[in-house]
Design a protein around this ligand. Sequence first.
Ligand SMILES: Nc1ncnc2c1ncn2[C@@H]1O[C@H](COP(=O)(O)OP(=O)(O)OP(=O)(O)O)[C@@H](O)[C@H]1O
Ligand SMILES: [Mg+2]
Length: 271
Amino acid sequence: MNAIELVGVTLGFGARRVLSDVDLTIRPNEFVGIFGPNGSGKTTLMRAILGLLPARSGTVRVLEKPVARGNAAIGYMPQARSTLEHLRLSGWDFVASVVNGHRWGLPTLDRAVRKEIGWALEKVQAIDLARRPLVETSGGERQRLLLAQALLGRPRLLLLDEPLISLDPHHQAMVVGLTRTLQQELGMTVLFSAHELNPLLGALDRVLYLGQGHAALGTVEEVVTGPVLSRLYGSEIDVVHLNGRIFVMSGRHDVERDAHQHEHARHHVHV
Ligand SMILES: Nc1ncnc2c1ncn2[C@@H]1O[C@H](COP(=O)(O)OP(=O)(O)OP(=O)(O)O)[C@@H](O)[C@H]1O
Ligand SMILES: [Mg+2]
């Protein structure tokens, strides 16, 4: 049994190929970190697994079935998160807002669904956020509410697209630790995209690096090496180990740190 299986998969938009002829298999209950430069296809891959983007060629199988839209066994935290228009909602209403048929602020949900929302809030330790308006929550607290949304329906596969963006190291560690604990407690397969490897090092089973249309999946020792990453990044990469941390360097630049800071810059411009 595999959680995700790609055989000869090519993904793209118009004339642009994002991934070419990718083969990979992710096992049940694996925690896989997805890395790669901006535009390498991390989000595109998640959308393909969700059935939102058909493969140009090859086959995608998810939980032993051909990929299909609207798979209730998948929980998804998208990268583009438009929480701003929701700011007046309470934490509870925000989590509830993803449930089909829910009318904003109206108590139209049946008891089972309300119970499920309570369960998800408890799982992410956000009971105290339920009554508070979103506008008063911090980035880390909001991230927990987004995780609660993704847990509704008790998915077997969780796709989290850049959940660490704009969090400080302490809150990054909190989100990673919480995700790992829930993954093990609930028995889920987790795909977690990020720009920096270090915050995820203790939690990961394997890493998936994307670049130049290719993919490399394996343990950190197998994949995070100069030769493998040089091929994926299309330039000379050195991997430096220091005090239990790993730095991916292009010349004198820390590639992952640079990408992360761009993300921060982008975030601040939008807000
Ligand atoms: N809807 C779309 N139409 C056309 N091109 C797209 C679309 N979505 C993504 N792309 C292109 O596909 C490539 C991969 O994008 P994707 O968002 O998957 O990258 P990513 O690895 O998630 O990047 P980031 O680190 O910035 O989130 C990029 O070149 C992007 O411009
Ligand atoms: Mg992305």
